[in-house]
Design a protein around this ligand. Structure first.
Ligand code: ATP
Ligand code: MG
Length: 385
């Protein structure tokens, strides 16, 4: 009997007239996700199905599908012609031999001459006849067998709903640029915004030789892992060493991080605009470190002229961020001990509540326009995916 994968989407249901746009994009993203496997993705009566794959590829295909933004859940299902006896025999075969179970039936096909409750009872009977040690428990069954009777004469039988990541189809919200460090937070920030339908590119600032080439590799590894969710990604690698050296030599030590951040943001915004990105993403979380107080964020944000800055982790605790990092598979890489550029020339007492006018005055000691232009000219681009 043919096994298929049944896909369900979530929030797109809430869309009005432009729902077709989201559905088509999601379908195209699903097709890309299963590329390379011999299978077809079909749409029928507002649902997506993956069919025609070799049994041994099932779990690999499922692994890919649960990462597709916009999908809410999936089920591995048996597909058969709508025939109550045939469905009964199948269910009797796959039902557990003992313990408790229930049948849950959804009948969209009103030509079938029974209600869904009646069908559940008939099929339950098949299961009990074949498996005498089995009992029915409608409230807390050990196993639930779902039967979906569709309008087109086809039925689907399955056990579980496997959760996918939800969200909106990648690309439906446009493109963004994420400041990606080697830490725990920014890959999670990137993932969370991709989930809202953004294609995301990344920008990383590195301070070779103060930070090792391994630190850069680590960021590219992180980009690779998140790109399994967010799709093909361009990583802009900006050489930050000279800028840091200049700040270190010309500005008060306690302003180092604030000024560095302002220059990072200026560079990010320019690269974003030049490359069609409509927003900037950071992994900041309020109060996590000195550069993430309201005052610090105000001063950093003040250099941004055109784009919105999205900080999806702003209200999240570290523990919650770590949970997501583990879920998406970036955590183990993030905790590898390669230093970030922010640790270079790190002052003992960074300012916690910087004032904009004082920082602006300190910054005037730098020819930062020239430094920014040079950094942008020398950016290295790595394409991922
Ligand atoms: P993360 O875990 O993402 O490194 P963090 O808790 O270490 O964050 P900070 O080092 O203060 O916090 O960085 C705040 C945000 O600034 C990061 O989440 C990231 O978006 C950006 N950022 C910091 N360092 C870099 C870098 N070297 N390259 C690109 N972006 C950076
Ligand atoms: Mg960091």
């Amino acid at each position: 009997m043919e096994k298929v994968i049944l896909l369900r989407y979530g929030e797109i249901y809430l869309k009005g007239r432009n729902r077709g746009f989201f559905e088509r994009l999601l379908l195209s993203n699903v097709r890309k996700a299963v590329e390379g496997y011999d299978c077809v993705v079909k749409v029928s009566l507002g649902r997506y199905y993956v069919e025609g794959f070799a049994e041994e590829n099932t779990m690999d295909i499922v692994e890919r599908l649960i990462k597709v933004s916009g999908l809410y859940s999936l089920s591995i299902a048996y597909k058969l012609k709508t025939d109550i006896d045939e469905i009964g025999k199948l269910c009797a075969e796959i039902a557990p031999k003992s313990g408790s179970f229930r049948i849950t039936c959804k009948r969209a096909d009103k030509k079938v001459p029974h209600t869904s409750v009646e069908i559940s009872q008939i099929i339950g009977g098949y299961c009990l006849d074949k498996n005498p040690n089995l009992t029915v428990d409608l409230h807390t069954p050990d196993k639930e067998i779902h039967i979906d009777i569709r309008e087109n004469g086809e039925s689907y039988v399955y056990f579980d709903n496997v959760a996918c990541i939800g969200g909106m189809p990648i690309g439906s919200s446009g493109r963004a640029l994420c400041l990606l460090s080697g830490g725990i937070d920014s890959p999670v920030a990137l993932f969370r915004m991709a989930k809202r339908g953004l294609s995301v590119d990344a920008i990383h600032f590195h301070s070779f030789p103060y930070t090792s080439l391994m630190a850069k590799e680590k960021v590219l590894d992180l980009a690779k892992i998140v790109s399994e969710y967010s799709g093909p990604m361009r990583v802009y690698i900006v050489k930050f060493t000279e800028i840091q050296r200049q700040i270190h030599e010309n500005c008060p030590a306690e302003f180092m991080i604030t000024i560095m951040r302002r220059i990072m943001m200026r560079i990010a915004e320019r690269i974003a605009i030049k490359n069609g990105c409509g927003s900037i993403i950071t992994g900041e979380s309020l109060a996590q470190v000195a550069s993430q107080t309201q005052e610090s964020i105000t001063v950093t944000n003040a250099v941004i002229e055109h784009l919105p800055v999205f900080r999806p982790l702003i209200g999240m605790d570290k523990e919650e961020i770590i949970d997501t990092a583990k879920q998406i598979g970036t955590f183990e890489t993030s905790i590898l001990p390669y230093e970030d550029c922010c640790t270079v020339f790190l002052p003992k007492n960074p300012i916690i509540r910087p004032k904009l006018d004082i920082i602006e005055r300190a910054e005037r000691k730098l020819d930062y326009e020239k430094l920014i232009e040079e950094a942008i000219e020398n950016v290295e681009i790595v394409e991922i995916g």
